[in-house]
Ligand binder design. Structure first.
Ligand code: NOJ
Length: 562
């Protein structure tokens, strides 16, 4: 594997750039309109040329696809829509040949209701060992017809569903923090621990380099499953005030998992297998507990993702992010987009105000973003993020500058959020639209038949990869330049110092690494910022002004002239 100049001392994951592939939407080899593993394998060259270190694949396991694969029916097999286990092996092998590591998704909070365990639970009586793998409870009220507590599903509606017992009478309720089709596992049951250990080993033995852990903060629930607070402000209040999230016992799970993955490291070789938490946890000090030395390697910093494009907010977010992980000796894990949030090229195309950004889906009758402004800021935001110490995740299509599909017809929507919220939340389909590869082909080259499981906006044609390849100033070439220079300058393993003298609207940060200093200027104000005489622009997120200054909503990386 290739690494920066000091890669022998710095484990790869501490400054890696990891690219998220959402398998349904990246590349379709068999023409059914849904992306698949052979499609991914055939296009891995794109990622090698982009210059990322690793690829995270969202779930491709056997699944009825009620939540786009996050409802797993068999953790040890590939769903036919995505291919076969042999296709997964071929993908891992090809990635490794290209110097790319592979991180796969693990979904330990719940299974699909089609999983054999859940089917066995339904067929078994209350109190049976089969039921004890999940969270079955009696209902409240005289006839047990009220849910056992007041928890709500993350997709809307109650987090409990009542089953019919085998004699047809109304029976127990089971917990599902997400869709009805996603029953939560009971992590007080040792059998659940053993099973997930075994699943981790299954994929590690097939050669994967790590796991992104779905709902990592949700596995362990407060004892007795008490009611949660009636009102809760998830953007500001400590997550652990809710009985279903960030409970202390969850850390024991990750200590055990860390020991397990460490068995697969090779002493003297930079081959750590990693664990990355998807944990929507505040405050950042609580999130940092997930990356203590004996727990996980990484945990997405979603507070950064939700930070508005305002200088004081960004500076505070970066400072708080770095300080929180410094306490535990971990790197920070930066991210701006993923398959659950509105793409940052669109988020930043709205007026920005202090507080957290809205990250929920957008429909045709909602206010629409200023797409040119959004793209300009998104490029500047990525250039800022990729300069920061630590590791970073990119989401497929952001290297093409793709905006959210904000005008999808509602009848095309597939995210369960749309139905479960009673059509009040548009959900996440808008960031999951298939990738445009070749502008002049049907489905813009997504697949050979022209089919696409979600309709692609016309605006995606001009953003297709082939229209940007080799084109000076394109978003694709910008990402390639940023990733190349980030590696050359050792930015991910650098240290950050804020530099004064550029005014309150400019983020000016010097990143010092063993290769030397790099000055990063992000201009959020109206006035262009002149480049200091002794420095040269190495890469810039948009055009400079005629006299060579850094204009508004632009990030430049500056080096000492030679
Ligand atoms: C987080 C995943 O990223 C999301 O897509 C999924 O719906 C939920 N977890 C439930 O698995």
């Amino acid at each position: 594997m290739s690494g920066g100049p000091s890669s022998s001392q710095t484990p790869w994951w501490r400054n890696a750039v990891i690219y998220q592939v959402y398998p349904r939407s990246w590349a379709d080899a068999d023409g059914d309109g849904i992306g698949d593993l052979p499609g991914i394998t055939a296009r891995l060259d794109h990622l090698a040329a982009l210059g990322v270190d690793a690829v995270w694949l969202s779930p491709f396991y056997t699944s009825p696809q009620h939540d786009a694969g996050y409802d797993v029916a068999d953790f040890r097999d590939v769903d036919p829509i995505f291919g076969t286990l042999e296709d997964a092996d071929a993908l891992v092998a090809r990635a490794h040949d290209l110097g790319l590591r592979i991180v796969v998704d693990i979904v330990p909070n719940h299974t699909s209701n089609a999983h054999v365990w859940f089917q066995a639970a339904l067929a078994s009586p209350p109190g049976s060992p089969e039921r004890a793998r999940y969270l079955f409870r009696e209902g409240r009220g005289e006839h047990g017809d009220q849910p056992p507590n007041n928890w709500q599903s993350m997709f809307g509606g109650p987090a409990w569903t009542r089953i019919a017992e085998s004699d047809g009478t109304p029976g127990q309720w089971y917990l599902h923090l997400f869709d009805t089709s996603q029953p939560d596992l009971d992590w007080t049951n040792p059998e659940v621990h053993d099973e997930l250990d075994d699943v981790l080993r299954f994929w590690l033995d097939r050669g994967v380099d790590g796991f992104r852990i779905d709902v990592a903060h949700g596995l362990v629930k407060a004892e007795g499953l008490p009611d949660g607070p009636a009102e809760f402000d998830s953007a500001n209040e400590p997550t652990a005030l809710q009985p279903m999230f960030d409970q202390p016992g969850v850390h024991d799970v990750y200590r055990r998992w860390r020991r397990l993955v460490e068995e697969y490291g090779v002493p003297g070789e930079d081959r750590d297998r990693i664990l990355c938490a998807e944990a929507w946890v505040l405050p950042l000090e609580s999130l940092a507990k997930y990356v203590r030395p004996d727990e996980l390697h990484q945990s997405f910093n979603f507070a950064f993702l939700m930070t508005p494009w305002l200088p004081d907010d960004l500076r505070a977010s970066i400072d708080e992010g770095l300080a929180a992980v410094a306490e535990v000796g971990a790197p920070q894990t930066w991210v701006l987009s993923n398959h659950d949030v509105v793409r940052h090229a669109t988020r930043l195309g709205y007026p920005q105000q202090p507080g957290h950004l809205r990250i929920e889906g957008i429909g045709a009758d909602d206010p629409q973003p200023d797409t040119a402004l959004g793209l300009r800021r998104a490029r500047a935001a990525t250039a800022l993020m990729l300069a920061l110490p630590g590791s970073a995740y990119l989401y497929q299509g952001e290297e093409l500058g793709l905006p959210e599909a904000t005008q999808l017809p509602d009848e095309a929507r597939q995210d369960p959020t749309w139905e479960r919220s009673g059509h009040t939340s548009r959900g996440r389909d808008g960031c999951r639209v298939p990738i445009p590869w070749e502008a002049d082909l049907p489905s813009y080259g997504f697949g050979p038949s022209g089919a696409s499981w979600l309709p692609q906006p016309e605006a995606y044609r001009e953003l297709a990869a082939d229209r940007q390849d080799g084109v000076d100033g394109s978003t694709l070439e910008l990402y390639r330049a940023l990733l190349r220079l980030r590696r050359e300058r050792g930015l991910g393993r650098g240290t950050l110092t804020w530099t004064d003298g550029y005014g309150p609207d400019v983020l000016a940060l010097e990143i010092a690494s063993d290769v030397g200093p790099t000055l990063v200027l992000t201009n959020l104000g109206p006035e262009p910022v002149p480049v200091p005489d002794h420095l040269e622009v190495a890469v810039v997120s948009g055009p400079l002004t005629a006299d060579g200054a850094v204009p508004t909503d632009t990030t430049a990386w500056l080096l000492s002239g030679t």
